[in-house]
Design a protein around this ligand. Structure first.
Ligand SMILES: [Zn+2]
Ligand SMILES: [Zn+2]
Length: 399
């Protein structure tokens, strides 16, 4: 069967996000019903609807202080903080941590959530936690990551972030952007890099949809597809500013991770590559990145596929995400079946060891699988790798 373009198959108009919706709905990536002054989505989510500019993003409706994830107290408006509670402050703004946030700080923030299996990260995280009390944008980002991690643990509740997670995420983004517009000194560099990494994790772990049917690639194409890649790129653009490998950086211990991210892939051929993968990508001894668009991505997938799950690190998984540019990126955007297969294999493998990859893989893997079954059913060499195929068991092997 010839591949069919999904856009021509679908009769009804796809669900699009509302153009005139409130900002909360845009942030939460849900369709706003536009009922004014308060939309129904915000009411049911428990936040103050914000068509108006003077209402902050994702403010909880409740007046019950126990429900406040975080209380914002601007200097001069309220009394100075009582000494018994926990605060984060940059000297001009004070943020009080309520009991739930304090619990999250105790439970998660001293640990490495982004790279849980890396013992070197224990020290990094302790020092980052100390910095979070003096850099509210980092505290908000860290709390949002902790809430995302909770989302990973409670598998049943789907992928939609909670009101608290959205709130901390949006607060962090707003404060972070404000901070980046000011003069950056050496002492600011570590909190900036820590926040950039956390924001990239948040955008990766929050897919646009919670069901495979509404998720990429099954949903109709939109310019915002693969938006998480853009976040990754903007994180890397902060590299120059934060310089995480400078001698006094607390991230210096991660030099191996950074080296893995940039680890050179073979320049030519299929040496070390899994043979079935080379075959499906039409790679051979003379292949290079210039004559085969799958070259880098296939090598990157092959490298992690060979490793036991416990040995798959963030650095190694990023070799693949960094291969998504140029012709391979265009193929992925056009939903090319081989590019989708490589993405699928990467999700399956990386999602087993890295929780924030799992959160996106949870919806996008079944979505890729259904897409390939629907529109490329006759592509037997691709289907061999997918559930029910001859190579499926080999791919799902769990060393
Ligand atoms: Zn709305
Ligand atoms: Zn609203």
């Amino acid at each position: 069967m010839a591949p069919t373009c999904p856009e021509t198959v679908r009769g009804s108009r796809p669900m699009t996000r509302s153009r005139f919706g409130c900002r909360n709905c845009k942030l939460r990536k849900v369709k706003c019903d536009e009922s004014k002054p308060r939309c129904k989505r915000c009411a049911s989510f428990g936040v103050i609807c914000n068509f108006r500019l003077d209402v902050l993003d994702l403010q909880p409706v409740t007046r019950d202080p126990a429900m406040y994830a975080f209380q914002v107290v601007r200097q001069g408006v309220l009394q100075p903080p009582p000494s018994s509670s926990v605060w984060t402050t940059d000297g001009s703004n004070f943020y009080q941590l309520n009991s739930k946030c304090q619990e999250f700080v105790t439970r998660y923030l001293g640990r490495s959530l982004i790279t849980p299996d890396d013992p070197r990260m224990v020290q990094v995280n302790r020092r980052l936690l100390a910095l979070a009390f003096a850099n509210p944008f980092l505290m908000h980002a860290s709390l949002a990551v902790a809430f995302a991690y909770d989302r990973h643990l409670s598998r049943s509740s789907g992928c939609r972030p909670s009101v608290e997670e959205c709130y901390h995420w949006s607060q962090s983004t707003a404060l972070f952007n404000r901070r980046l517009n000011k003069l950056i000194e050496t002492k600011d560099k570590d909190p900036i890099w820590g926040t950039a990494a956390a924001l990239a994790v948040l955008s990766f772990s929050t897919p646009d949809a919670i069901t495979p049917e509404k998720s990429w690639p099954l949903k109709p194409s939109e310019p915002t597809d693969l938006e998480w890649l853009r976040m990754n790129t903007s994180k890397m653009s902060l590299w120059r500013i934060a310089d995480p490998l400078r001698p006094d950086s607390l991230f210096r211990v991660m030099a191996t991770t950074f080296a893995q991210m940039n680890s050179p892939l073979p320049e030519k051929g299929i040496c070390d590559m899994l043979i079935p993968l080379a075959q499906v990508c039409s790679l051979e001894d003379s292949s290079t990145t210039e004559n085969n668009p799958y070259f880098k991505a296939a090598h990157a997938v092959s490298q992690i596929q060979r490793l036991p799950n416990r040995q798959v690190t963030v650095g190694q998984t990023e070799v693949f995400t960094r291969s998504i540019h140029g012709p391979f990126k265009s193929l992925l955007q056009r939903k090319d079946p081989i590019a989708l297969l490589l993405m699928y294999l990467w999700y399956r493998k990386a999602g087993r060891s890295i929780w924030w990859i799992e959160l996106r893989a949870r919806v996008e893997c079944p979505s890729i699988f259904s897409y390939l079954r629907l529109y490329h059913r006759g592509y037997t060499t691709v289907h061999a790798f997918l559930p029910g195929g001859a190579l499926a068991a080999w791919i799902e092997e769990n060393p």
